[in-house]
Design a protein around this ligand. Structure first.
Ligand code: GDP
Ligand code: IMO
Ligand code: MG
Length: 422
């Protein structure tokens, strides 16, 4: 069976921490979409790591980690990432599998990303500039290069043809701020490095695991509100971040998808441009950013902050068929006098509990409900029922609104700061 853990907001919900926390229950952890735009932080035994492409099960010695066909891989970044973990995981090669069908991010994809963002001016997406959009564009346009291609003798010719097409567009956009020769040297060296890894037909591997009764955890990247279909389009990423993406991103049939864990912060954040109805452009927003260390794990950019948006969360619970919720960073709200939750939108003066089809063009005001804060100390050592009543009330309100139980509450970045509620 393939269980899924994914973000219900705009990414950075804490997927890395929880995937690592849940890993001991699973034989395999698999990424099914996204690429090095992701930054998943793990914090254990006093050590901190940020993973971009490698699944978050890599630090548990019994677990196989699969980079699935739906992922886009930058060989240069993957190599750097491996170099960061190799001391901690000297046996990583035995436990890291890479799909031959995963698409490659070429140096010119990164340049195209920068060129396209520069051409958009104020309308830019605020992408991570990792080449994600251009790589998925080539995949859908049927001109991409895949990991399996590096094993073929005509790879250099295929690479040249792709690069020439990209350079034509880059020239058309008038973008000149790059040095391709340097990038290519690193790229071809990283391609040789990649060849020394287990490059497999991962769909067969997954099916063997399922047939043997093994348990697989599919680890989402980004968040549901960044999904290319249902997110805040066009301010989204270029992949299917929802539970549905597991089937195409790993090659498993829907009947093999089991539990869906939906993960969210007790407030909201977003990096990059795009609508954010509950955004706080004030002292409270700044307070949340500082207290929650809300700076991008991949790019270091400031994350925008705001109150929890239950309308949007209910929508993403619906789209993903979430079975159990995991609430993160509750500790960041400690000590606040009052805490708000958005329970409806006012759209052109009309109350609505639905996310409109175009969140970008509507004049949306959040309708907020206020809750008393719960003081500084949120000790959880005696279990949920012994926690501050005001905190429990907030948790129950969120559960009731979303019609789904919160199963795990996270109260700090480390593995230990995790409370299983029921
Ligand atoms: P991901 O992309 O969903 O894996 O999330 P990120 O790693 O980008 O961002 C989450 C950040 O919050 C990281 O710095 C984590 O170490 C940190 N974090 C995770 N859970 C908690 C928590 O419960 N409380 C606090 N204060 N920090 C947390
Ligand atoms: P994790 O997995 C937060 C955002 C970017 C930008 C938009 C498109 O760590 O949660 P892209 O580079 O994908 O073309 O950028 O999506 N974005 C993320 N925001 N967390 C992420 O990943 C993100 N990956 C992309 O900031 O707004
Ligand atoms: Mg992140």
């Amino acid at each position: 069976m393939v269980d899924v853990i994914l973000g219900l907001q705009w990414g950075d919900e804490g997927k890395g921490k929880i995937a690592d926390y849940l890993t001991p229950k699973y034989n395999v952890v698999a990424r099914f979409q996204g690429g090095p735009n992701a930054g998943h932080s793990l914090d254990f035994e006093g050590k901190k790591f940020v993973l971009n492409t490698i699944p978050s099960g890599i630090f548990r010695k019994e677990t196989i980690n699969l980079i699935g066909n739906g992922v886009v891989i930058d060989p240069v970044r993957l190599r750097e990432e491996i170099e960061r973990i190799v001391n901690e995981c000297p046996d990583y090669k035995d436990r890291l599998l890479i799909s031959q069908k995963a698409h490659l991010i070429l140096p010119t994809h990164r340049i195209l990303d920068a060129a396209s963002e520069a051409a958009k001016g104020d309308a830019k997406i605020g992408s991570t500039l990792r080449g994600i959009g251009p790589t998925y564009k080539d995949k859908i346009g049927r001109s991409g290069l895949r990991v399996g291609d590096i094993l073929e003798s005509d790879f250099p010719e295929k690479y040249r043809a792709a690069v020439q097409e990209h350079l034509n567009i880059i020239q058309f956009l008038g973008f000149t701020d790059f040095n391709l020769a340097d990038e290519e040297t690193k790229f071809f060296s990283a391609i040789e490095f990649l060849k020394g890894h287990q490059l497999i037909n991962s769909e067969y591997f997954i099916h063997d695991c399922i047939n043997k009764g093994q348990k697989i955890l599919a680890e989402g990247a980004q968040g549901s509100l960044l999904d290319v279909e249902f997110g805040t389009y066009p301010f989204v990423t270029s992949s299917n971040t929802l539970a549905g993406g597991v089937c195409t991103g790993l090659g498993v049939a829907p009947k093999h998808v089991g539990k869906v864990y939906g993960i969210f912060k007790a407030y909201s954040t977003r990096v990059g441009s795009g609508p954010f109805p509950t955004e706080l452009n004030d002292e409270t927003g700044e307070y949340l950013r500082i207290k929650g260390h809300e700076f991008g794990a991949t790019t270091g950019r400031k994350r925008r902050t705001g109150w929890i948006d239950l309308v949007a969360l209910k929508y993403t619970c619906m789209l993903n068929g979430v079975d159990e919720l995991i609430m993160m960073k509750s500790d960041v709200l400690n000590g606040m006098d009052q805490i708000a939750a958005c329970t409806a939108y006012s759209i052109h003066g009309e109350r609505s509990e639905q996310v409109p089809s175009n969140l970008c063009n509507s004049s949306i005001e959040p309708i907020l409900e206020w809750f008393p804060g719960w003081g500084e100390d949120l000790s959880h050592t005696q279990g949920f029922e012994a926690m501050d009543e005001r905190f429990r009330n907030y948790v129950h309100f969120v559960e009731n609104y979303l019609g789904t139980k919160i199963r795990v509450i996270s109260l700090g970045p480390e593995r230990e700061s995790t409370l299983v509620k029921d």
